[in-house]
Design a binder for this molecule. Sequence first.
Ligand SMILES: NC(=O)C1=CN([C@@H]2O[C@H](COP(=O)(O)OP(=O)(O)OC[C@H]3O[C@@H](n4cnc5c(N)ncnc54)[C@H](O)[C@@H]3O)[C@@H](O)[C@H]2O)[C@@H](O)CC1
Ligand SMILES: [K+]
Length: 465
Amino acid sequence: MTLEPVLTAEEMRAAEQRAITAGTSEWELLQSAGKGCAAEITAFANGKRVTVLCGPGNNGGDGYVIAEALRKKGVSVRVVALTEAETPTAAKARDCYNSDVESAHSDVEGDILVDCLFGTGLSRPLDPDAHHLLMRNAALHQTVVAVDLPSGVVSNTGEILNGELPKYDYTFALGSWKNAHFLMPSSALLGKRIRVGLGLEFGDVSGHLFGKPAPTPPDFNAHKYSRGMVAIVGGEMHGAAILASEAAMRAGAGYVKLAGDTEHPAVPADLVVDPGPLEEVLGDKRLDAVLIGPGLGRNDTAKAKLEAVFVSGKPAVFDADALHLITPAMFETSERRCHVLTPHEGELAVLCEAFGIDRNTKLEKARKLAETTGCVVAAKGADTIVAAPSAPIRFFKPASSWLSAAGTGDVLAGVVVSRMAAGEPPLEAASQAVWLHGEAARQLGPAFTAGELARQMRHALATCL
Ligand SMILES: NC(=O)C1=CN([C@@H]2O[C@H](COP(=O)(O)OP(=O)(O)OC[C@H]3O[C@@H](n4cnc5c(N)ncnc54)[C@H](O)[C@@H]3O)[C@@H](O)[C@H]2O)[C@@H](O)CC1
Ligand SMILES: [K+]
């Protein structure tokens, strides 16, 4: 499993400062950043005309270095400066650019636009002139490249300060990934994300990009219980729990039981349906993990089942309807607190309300909910993140937009509980599940159903073994 640092703007500045203190100058960092970007652009700049938009800070400084590096390679380059270079390093880069700099009044037609107006230093929306310059020139070029971040995006939150920004074809993250590279709404603008390394050391960081996991296959002498036993608590709507079970059966667990009186033509022969009392199912010592929520309903019976799961003390995944029924008091009936919650945006809001959490962004809500409940929170969406108490936030490369189909959340919950039963701690189980879910969707291509996604899960798992 790979974890790449994802930083806030403050962490990035601190890392740069450490490098400077250790003897690498800001000028050398700017040179590495600019030359690294120029090398990437050269790969697709063949015979094309490049326009670089430069802002006043070091993001603009990167632009002058990029322009000079491309110019030296014989690429046709024009530079348009929004204003004078304001930092000493950007001013030096401006002076080292051996050609003309045009004023922001000029519209430049070309093929590739490189946006170096603002990066991590953005502190307010773009002024109308700057916004107009960016939008107008983006429309005059076929390919649009963001250096570090699209100008107008808040590095820590992914917020877009000027209602509309161009759609980018490439974004070069300098030194490290930043939160905005994986959070909505900015994440939808970025195009292909490329990290340009600057040789910086990061140490402890507040976020990680979760890469391909490395789950272990069953032992040589494994049996169904040693591979992990799952109970999925059925409810009013049978389809959702069956979908979750189909996914759980294909994500590592050796034994998946559907707890309830489900008589449904879609129940496969290899799924054990147990209509006995829920307390007995949950009391089975061999049971490793429980999922409750998909198709559960929200009536008194559903609430009683949810309470039984808490009382059982089994590691649990709470999804869908269960997230509407959870109360802080339920945690007091159980010694175990480290469960997994898998809310989408609406469910996250409901949970924050229930637990008295008042935060603005998805990232802050997920982090605070994890701290308050002690649970791992997989906050779903186009920018799924996984938060755990006292742990860096986990980000993920964006998954297929075809995942926006009914039932795919049930599938994800089934994969989380399966990975938990297979022995993964809750944070790893949730992170692996998000990755496997994305990989299964990638393999399926367009317009798949949730059932197909569940059945694809073993192929996604196979890519990691
Ligand atoms: N500091 C370093 O060592 C390095 C910085 N690098 C680049 O430098 C960037 C950060 O540079 P800076 O901190 O200079 O910040 P930016 O270049 O992002 O620009 C911010 C500057 O513009 C002003 N400003 C902020 N928002 C504005 C707005 N909406 N309208 C007008 N002015 C505005 C700020 O007061 C600040 O002076 C990174 O994103 C990266 O591109 C890289 O070259 C790597 C090395
Ligand atoms: K930029």
